[in-house]
Design a protein around this ligand. Sequence first.
Ligand SMILES: *[C@@H]1O[C@H](CO)[C@@H](O)[C@H](O)[C@H]1NC(C)=O
Ligand SMILES: *[C@@H]1O[C@H](CO)[C@@H](O)[C@H](O)[C@H]1NC(C)=O
Ligand SMILES: *[C@@H]1O[C@H](CO)[C@@H](O)[C@H](O)[C@H]1NC(C)=O
Ligand SMILES: *[C@@H]1O[C@H](CO)[C@@H](O)[C@H](O)[C@H]1NC(C)=O
Ligand SMILES: *[C@@H]1O[C@H](CO)[C@@H](O)[C@H](O)[C@H]1NC(C)=O
Length: 459
Amino acid sequence: MRFRALVTATAALLSSTTTAIELNIQSDDSIKNAASEIAHDMMTWYIGNQTGQTPGILVPVDVYYWWLAGAMMGTLIDYWYYTGDDSYNDIVTEAILWQASDTRDFMPPNQTKTEGNDDQAFWGFTAMTAAEYKFPNPPSDQPQWLELAQGTWNSQQLRWDTGYCGGGLRWQIFPWNTGYDYKNTPSNAGFINLGARLYAYTDNETYAEWTEKVWDWLVETDLITDETNPPAWRILDGSWIRDNCTITSPIQWSYNIGMLLNAAAVMWNATGDAKWEERVNGIWSATGPFFHDQIMFEAACEKRGNCNTDQLSFKAYLSRFLAASTKWMPQLYDSVSPYLAASAQAAASQCTGTIGGLVGSACGFEWSEAPTWDGTYGFGQQMDALEVVLSQLIQGADHPVTAKKGGISKGDPSAGTGGDGTVSSVPMREITTGDKAGAGVLTAAVLVAWVGGAWWMVS
Ligand SMILES: *[C@@H]1O[C@H](CO)[C@@H](O)[C@H](O)[C@H]1NC(C)=O
Ligand SMILES: *[C@@H]1O[C@H](CO)[C@@H](O)[C@H](O)[C@H]1NC(C)=O
Ligand SMILES: *[C@@H]1O[C@H](CO)[C@@H](O)[C@H](O)[C@H]1NC(C)=O
Ligand SMILES: *[C@@H]1O[C@H](CO)[C@@H](O)[C@H](O)[C@H]1NC(C)=O
Ligand SMILES: *[C@@H]1O[C@H](CO)[C@@H](O)[C@H](O)[C@H]1NC(C)=O
């Protein structure tokens, strides 16, 4: 073991001087080449396309949970959208369709031990992005991209819970999972984000009404603070139903900013209402803690080096959503682009690691710390670097389409509303005692799995 470690360290030293990801953000070719290399390395965590493996699952699945695979498929759609390289498109289509589930809302029975509303949302985003970017449609006898985004949204709307806290989505979908008693911002922000984008795509007012309603609820419960409940524009992680959501977890995560800012930018575009532009600008004005010298920084955990596997991927979504927002709200571009550029450059300069089969190209996480590899590596680091590097191509990228303006994805407004008795279609308060009893054994196992993994407790 010792010998091996020494060999690896030596190899790292040698290779750090010989290979690295080159990135010149003035050159589209350079950006595309860098993205291609980083994407290739990210795919070493994916074997779902091999014979006998499950499409849409990362390995190991108890480290890289199901939601991360959904996020990755979205990043691969971004990769194709920004670079035109379709190398991974078949993998993406196969994975989405495999995980879409019979209810067409990403509720596969295998995932009941881990799937929360926010997890489901990340697969929903991927389907929505596919519709917005005209990702090649699946065969017509398969669920369609827009339909899957609608299905996800519908199933979540049915879970809106007025039993506590005057509304809100709970973190968890299933009562047996830890966090079922917690109403977290990522779940509600995911629902808002999907709703805003569905509204822009379909013009169906129901999505806009709910987007308004959920936003207002987040402000009422102080999970979003604005000028009505200052200090303005903090986005906190969530609150517990036992106190009727009066006690709030103070932690702030970068991906909540990404999801909400993007939703507000889409709503500004779709409604023209200045209120949404103010919300975008407000959120952006409060992102100071998430950048060091304009370089992205995961404030809640990076300083102490204790970001968990999920959190290590959040910079990918802040990058993704900031870049995408400049398409919906072009006046945002001048303010965010220096930050994305500095972050892309810093991320790429960290992609020099040699470890775990990656030679001189494994990416680190602490981008603002030093312009050399920080010695960490993983799926999250790789996806973060990929999204932020891709963001450098946003100005030349196509505008997202809508049903009226260029869209080619077919929807089904009733997807995900069930009728087939599956649990995904059952509003939470109607889960039967039978369901709960049956889940007893599962709960014990899940509790064990979650000790040390209760990420919302990290302070
Ligand atoms: C799976 O995808 C990778 C790219 O990530 C590719 O190199 C490999 O050939 C694919 N394997 C199969 C069996 O299709
Ligand atoms: C569920 O798990 C089984 C066994 O591993 C696998 O064969 C199947 O493809 C999985 N289904 C999904 C949707 O992941
Ligand atoms: C719980 O919180 C909601 C939303 O803030 C509020 O409308 C409701 O009156 C509260 N209920 C109780 C029992 O305090
Ligand atoms: C609009 O969306 C809602 C919510 O999914 C749905 O119930 C309704 O049928 C949709 N309306 C139209 C005209 O598609
Ligand atoms: C709204 O977004 C679309 C799609 O990106 C874009 O083409 C359009 O210019 C935007 N509208 C405004 C007023 O910026």
